[in-house]
Each structure stands twice: as C-alpha cells, then as structure tokens.
Design a protein around this ligand. Structure first.
Ligand code: 26Q
Length: 817
C-alpha cells in the first residue's frame, strides 16, 4: 500500500499531531487517555491532512472553472469515515504502525467510531457511494445535505419488539472528521408574504419572509482513492437567529414570528425515519426548503465568485436531485433569478431547465411526494406563485400536444385537483429537469411505461437509465481484506479503481486450490460474524451452515415475511417428517422498521419470537438457527456481507427500483436468491443462470395474476406446506401462554388480500431454496458459483454508474490533481 500524498507521510510528525490533539483538543494525556480519546485524536490528525487537500481542491482554479456536479440529497449514509479514508489515503499500514508506536491497536481504535447514520437506507447509501466515485474519478463535485443532530434511530429489541432510541452520532466531543465553514453561512427565510411594486409600469413581486433561520455549513472530506483529491460533503445545520433581528422581519406578525422562533433549530434536529413512504409534515417541508435554499445560494456564490454570468450557469454547474426531496430548489432558483436578479421569466426558465436533473428511486404510489397546496402557500408564498406559473405554461404545452384532452391535463398537471389540492413534486421535477433517470434497466422501463408515459411522449429524450452501483473500495477492499488480498495476489491490485478486471478471476473458478482458498476466506469471515453474534447476542453458530442473509429496511414489498414463511416450512418439516434432511442453515435478518409502520414492527416481532423458539429447541438439533441482528447500520453491513453464502433479494416483481445490497453481497461471493426485479435482472445477465436462483412471478406474471383477481386463499387451500407454515402463526407455538400474538402477519396475508403476493410466490421460493440446499453440499460446485459472482460484478461499480451519469447527463470532464 503506497501513500500517494503529495506531502509524504511523516510518522514522527503524525504521532506528535495525535498527541497534540490528545492534549489540546481532548484535554487528556498520553498516560490517562481512553481508547476513545486516542481514536478521536488520531481521527482529528487525519482529518487535518485531508483538510489541506480539501482547501487546495477548493482553490484550484482548474476545478473552480470546470463544470461541477452538485449532488443534492436529504440523506448521505456515509458510514464510518476513518478506516475507509485511511485506505483512500494509502495510509492504512503506516498509520497502524504509527499508532502501534504509541501503544495503540488500529483495529480497536476504528471500532470506537460511531456510524454517522444520516440516511435511511438505499437512497442515502447510494449518495455516499457516488461521492466516493466522483472523488475517485476526479469529477469536480460538491455534495449538499443536512447536518441532522440525530441520525436514524438506534434500534433495540425488548421482548422481541423494536424499541427506538435517539442517535446522537457526534458524541459529546463532536465528530472529528467535520469542520465548520462559518464564512459560508447564510440566512434562510420562511413564511411572510409577497409584496408587489411597479417599476416603470412593470409589476415586480418579491417575498418578505416572516422569519429567518441561519444555515451553518459543516464540511466532511470525501477522499479520492489514492489521488490527493478531496471534495466537500457540505451539511447544513439550522440555528436560531437572535430574536432582535427577527423583530425587524416579523412586520407586526408577532404570533407567526413567535411560532417560527420555536421551530428554528428544530429544523435539522432529526432525520425523518420513513423509507419509501412520504408523510406530509410541515417540519419535513421546512427541512427540504432549508436544504435547497442554502445549497442553491452556495452554488450561485461559487459560480459568481468564479467570474461567470448567470446565463453561463448550465455550462458550469449541474444540480442532481436525489429523488424529489430537493424539488423546491427549482422554484427557488427561479425566484432568485426573477425577483432578486431581475431576469425575465423566459431567460430564468431557460437557465433553470438546463441546470437540474432528477433521479427517481421508486414507483410505489405511497412514496411519491405530494404537498398540500395550502401548506406551501403559508410557508413559501412566493414559491407557490412560481409553481402555478410553471404549471400554467406547462399545461399550454400539454394542450398544444393533445388539443382538447382534459384528462391528459389532469394527469400531467403539477397540481392535483380535488378537495385538498396537492402539489405533485415528481411532475414538477420532470417539467423542470433536462434529464430524468431510473436506477436500474427494468425500473427505468417502468418509469417510461407506467409512471410517466405521457411525459415520455412529450419529451422523448428526457427519460434515461443509470443502473445503480456501489463503491468497491468500501464494499470489498475495506470490508473484506481477506478476499481483497487473495484477488490482488491473482490479478494485481488495480481492481479497486477498475472493477471490470475482476473478470480475470473467472479463470480460476475451476481451479481447486483457488476454490479452497476462496472458501477459506469465506469461512474466516463467517467466523468473524459468528464471534460477533456470540459476544453480542449469546447465540452459538455453526460456521459450516449456510449463512443466508436478508439485510435491508423492513417493508412489506421486500417480503421479509416470505423468508419467515420459508423458515416456518423448514421448522414444520423438521418437526413432523423424520425423513426430512437439510443442510444446516443460519438465517440472518437485519432491518429497521419505520416507527409508525405497524405491520413492519409486527413482522420483526414475529421473526424474533420464532427465532427464540427455534434457537433453543433441542429437537431441531442445530440444523436451523435464526438471528435477527439489532440496529442494522453501515458498520454492521461491513461484517455481515463478507460472511454471506446466500443473498435474499425477494421483492415482489416491479416493486424494488434497484437494490444495492444485492450488488454488495454478490461482489463478496454470495449467491442471490431473487425475483426478476430491480437490478437482480442485470445481476442475472452478468453471472448467468447457473450462478443465481431466480424464482417467482415476473412483472408480466404479476400483472396477469392481478388481472384475474388474486385470491390468497386459493394458494393457502391448495398447498399443504404453505397452510401448515401459516397456521403456525395462529397458535402459541412461539408465544407460549399467549396464543394468537403473531396473527397480524397471517391476517394481512389472508384477510388483508396479500398485497405483495407472498402466497403466490411461496411454492416457487421454497423450491429455489431446496435447490440451494442441494447445491451447497457440492462444495466445489458452490465455490465455483461464488467465485463467478465475485468475478462478474464489475458492472456494478459506482465508478461505472458515475461515468454513465457523466456521459449521458452531466457532461463533466475530470480534473486530475
Ligand atoms: C419522503 C418524504 C417524507 C419523508 C421521507 C421520505 C423518504 C425518505 C427516504 C422517501 C423515500 C426514502 C428512501 C427511498 C429509498 O431508499 N429508495 C431506494 O433507493 C435505492 C437507491 O436507488 C434503490 O436501490 C432501492 O430499490 C429503493 O427502494
């Protein structure tokens, strides 16, 4: 591992810096410092190194003048930074040695870092992988997000039930990797009214906010892989402005201003824990505008300081909207252009609509954002006017294309008519963006055919696909050092920046010696995970068992309950059929449920109760274990993924936009059991039918079944194994003395109509699991399949995704340092 720093690593100097931070920043001494204090001091010393590069990057005139990406996202699920940044800096071993010299073990120190959980799941983690790739490939980028005081809640189980606790991720000492940038702070307005003036007979409108809130930026360094490039992830924190300055803005509207004051620093207090579900709360809309307004102003500041005119904006900046959450940035930029900079509507719109691009991450109707018109009107009165005008002009286009077709107008309108008029954020995004993309080939087709067919007719080149990807630095090199070293030994060490090279290990798929080493690494990783489970959950595991893994947010469409039914079917057969034989298996779950999602929480409870019984039932003889790992987070994924044999990707076809866990698991040599959904389709194309277990209805099958009227009872009555498995939920098998405590899932499947077709796919799923059971016993055959999975994952590097964005959408040029 080579330090690529322009300034070579000086061990003694670094050690001194660590000691200096121990004293000056953390007020302790070498003699008295805790492991935690040593970690903090080391991380600050490292952060210092990256800050030089961050400032250099910021001031590099080639970068200042180049076209940049601005990635706007309400979530960046970055995970721990220290270990990953050490790898990118090429300093893992030198720093391990330097710390050893100070009597500290690097692995222990790294375990002290808390995960910054500033995201819910896939969408937030994707943003983090994309920042990593932009820095690796040196496409000038600024990430813009929110500095939540509390990240995603911490999860624990009490008697099997999920309990939530606040996640104060910065700790009392503060997070060592961030630095405040007070020179870039700004004031953001809310509420108030629109004033109308006439200048030379021309109407001029402008917004007089009822309150102002300060936005303070914190920068986290995104370190490019072995290249000295560091880009900022800029997170905005909300602070109340002293009441005296508020007085001048409240214009007699005392009550509203008081109300506002109470809300001020609440804005970035906590991340909303919903995933694939929108709930229209005022504070969430305030978060969205706060984020958009601060980011847009920062972009304009950089643009103007670089000496460029407003007209040149699309040539120098592109703004990617990570789902519709930052949509309000579009009317905000229009407002600044028209009201503050005096541009005409046409000029402003021409610039704006060449600046934004939008990524759609979901087709689920309950996840498509709409906001109450009255709420926007009150909170952002001028923006509401601008949205009306955008829509009025857009509907003229619609009626020119489809003259007299009122239903087309209703369907495409940014405003949804009705008793409560609502603003459709996705429609606003499509109208205001120069490109719209889905996140996997199948998903993007459905965006064109199902979600936005008329938009596709109206703007035939706007809708695109960019298949998601994951960073191979964190998700192979860092989290799986055993496999990384084995790969590097065979094909050299350049694969982390060119993942397609992994293809070359396919040459060793039939090589017995290589198969053995590959599986020996897998075994070590399984032992690492088993040790964690023993120490933290007091469950003993057999590492010869199949490690079967489903790790993702808990959602009905992801069908953790289908997996649960398979477990019940195995339990039933072990209990009732003396001839039934199975390969030992450990089924791992890790998942957080949104706190308000009743059924999701019931499914967690059911799996926990089933696990309790099965894990302590001597008659099962260790053949089956169920482990629900609490508090799923990035650092937990880094332990589970390298240890997985089987990857569960079992969503109802058409529901999972892409998935990215599927890519991480396959990259680490797990075989996918999955439906023809999201990126599973493309994973299958890469690995081939022999190396994946596809089951269940595809989107046509789903459509067909629903068109005839789906009745889950038909499947229940016709399949004795399914009936027996489901019926286990009715009695007291898993809740002794309390019969019926697990019936919520049963009821949703049978009486609730089984909206995600769990029963329809059950038989095919059990069959695929049976094939896995058989294939796993053929050790060499399985090793070959696992190797082929790792070998064929090159496509799913987020470097490829970023290049796709650059070529199809952003049109950036790298700036090498
Ligand atoms: C919206 C409004 C109010 C509050 C919260 C939200 C909200 C927050 C997060 C809505 C959705 C999300 C997250 C969605 C998400 O993670 N989607 C996933 O995105 C991944 C990356 O593209 C895909 O791989 C997954 O398939 C998709 O489910």
């Amino acid at each position: 591992m080579k330090p690529t720093q322009k300034y070579p690593f000086d061990k003694a100097l670094f050690q001194n810096n660590v000691k200096r931070h121990l004293n000056a920043t953390y007020a302790t001494t070498v003699e008295h410092a805790s492991t935690h204090a040593w970690y903090l001091a080391m991380a600050r010393a490292l952060a210092e190194l990256t800050m030089f590069n961050l400032l250099e990057t910021e001031q590099d005139q080639r970068i200042v003048k180049a076209k940049s990406l601005n990635y706007l996202s309400l979530e960046f699920l970055i995970g721990r930074l220290t270990g990953n940044n050490l790898i990118s800096l090429g300093l893992y071993e030198p720093v391990a040695e330097a710390m050893e010299g100070l009597g500290q073990n690097l692995t222990d120190l790294l375990e002290e870092e808390r995960d910054p959980s500033l995201g819910n799941g896939g969408l937030g983690r994707l943003a983090a992988c994309y920042m990593d790739s932009c820095a690796a490939l040196e496409y000038p980028t600024v990430g813009y997000g929110l500095h939540y005081e509390y990240g995603l809640f911490k999860q624990s189980f009490e008697n099997g039930q999920q309990k939530e606790a606040p996640d104060a991720w910065q700790g009392i000492e503060g997070y060592p990797w961030e630095v405040a940038r007070p020179e870039f702070k700004q004031d953001i307005g809310f509420y108030g009214h629109v004033e109308v003036n006439y200048v030379d007979g021309e109407e001029k409108r402008h917004w007089v906010p009822g309150m102002l809130i300060q936005a303070m930026p914190w920068d986290l360094p995104i370190v490019g892989y072995e290249n000295d490039t560091v880009y900022p992830l800029r997170l905005w924190e909300a602070r109340a402005i002293a009441p005296f300055s508020l007085e001048s803005f409240n214009n007699g509207n005392y009550f509203e201003a008081q109300h506002a004051l109470i809300d001020a620093d609440n804005i970035t207090k906590v991340l909303y824990p919903n995933d694939n579900h929108e709930k229209g709360k005022t504070l969430r809309l305030m978060q969205q505008y706060f984020h958009s307004a601060a980011s847009i102003r920062d972009i304009l500041r950089r643009h103007t300081n670089a000496g460029f005119s407003l007209e040149e904006l699309p040539e120098h900046e592109t703004v990617q909207l990570n789902d519709t959450h930052p949509t309000i940035a579009i009317p905000e930029l229009m407002r600044i252009f028209i009201d503050e900079k005096g541009l005409s509507w046409d000029k402003a719109w021409s610039i704006c609509s060449r600046t934004f691009a939008y990524t759609n991450h979901t087709l689920l109707p309950e996840a498509l954002e709409t906001w109450d018109e009255g709420l926007i009107q009150r909170l952002l009165p001028r923006h509401m006017e601008i949205i009306y005008e955008i829509n009025r002009r857009f509907l003229l286009e619609v009626s020119a294309k489809w003259p007299g077709d009122v239903s087309k107008q209703q369907k495409l309108s940014v405003i949804q008519e009705g008793f409560h008029r609502m603003v459709r954020m996705a429609n606003l995004c499509v109208v205001g963006s120069y490109a719209v993309n889905g996140v996997a080939a199948l998903h993007s087709e459905l965006v064109k055919r199902q979600l936005f067919p008329e938009f596709h007719e109206l703007y035939p080149t706007r809708l695109k696909n960019v298949t998601n990807g994951i960073t191979p630095r964190r998700w192979l090199k860092y989290c799986n050092p055993g496999l990384s070293d084995l790969i590097s030994e065979k094909i050299g060490d350049q694969w982390p920046s060119d993942l397609a090279q992994l293809q070359r290990i396919a040459n060793y798929a039939d090589d017995t010696a290589f198969q053995k080493r590959f599986m020996a690494v897998k075994k070590e990783n399984k032992e690492r995970l088993a040790k964690w489970v023993q120490e933290n959950m007091n469950i003993t595991l057999d590492t010869n068992a199949i490690f079967d893994v489903q790790i993702k947010r808990l959602h009905e469409y992801k069908r953790q309950h289908l997996n649960m039914l398979h477990i019940l079917s195995l339990y039933h057969r072990l209990k009732t059929d003396p001839t039934f034989d199975m390969q030992p298996r450990v089924v791992f779950f890790a998942a957080k449920a949104a706190p308000g999602y009743y059924l999701a929480k019931e499914i967690i409870f059911a799996i926990n109760k089933i696990a309790e019984k099965i894990n302590s039932d001597a008659s099962i003889n260790g053949k089956l274990k169920v482990v629900f790992v609490p508090d799923y987070r990035v650092s937990m994924a880094e332990i589970i993924i390298p240890a997985a044999d089987v990857s569960e990707q079992i969503s109802t076809a058409g529901k999972e936009a892409s998935g990215t866990g599927n890519m991480k698991l396959a990259l680490n040599g797990a075989l996918t059991i999955g439906t023809m959904d999201g990126a599973n389709v493309e994973i299958r194309e890469e690995v081939g039918d022999d190396n994946i277990y596809i089951f269940g209805l595809d989107i046509d099958g789903v459509h067909e079944l629903r068109s005839h009227g789906y009745n889950p009872y038909d499947f229940y009555q016709a399949d004795p194994l399914l009936k027996a498995s489901l019926d286990l939920l009715l009695g007291e098998e898993f809740t002794p003395g309390e019969p019926g405590k697990l019936r919520a899932t049963y009821d949703s499947l049978l009486n609730g109509g089984d909206p995600y077709l769990v029963l329809a796919d059950f038989a095919s799923y059990v069959d695929a699991q049976q094939r896995i059971d058989t294939d796993y016993r053929d050790t060499a055959g399985w090793a070959k399949k696992a190797i082929m999975n790792t070998a064929q994952m090159g496509k799913f590097s987020s470097d490829r995704s970023i290049r796709d964005y650059v070529n199809q959408i952003w049109k950036l040029t790298p700036v090498k340092r």
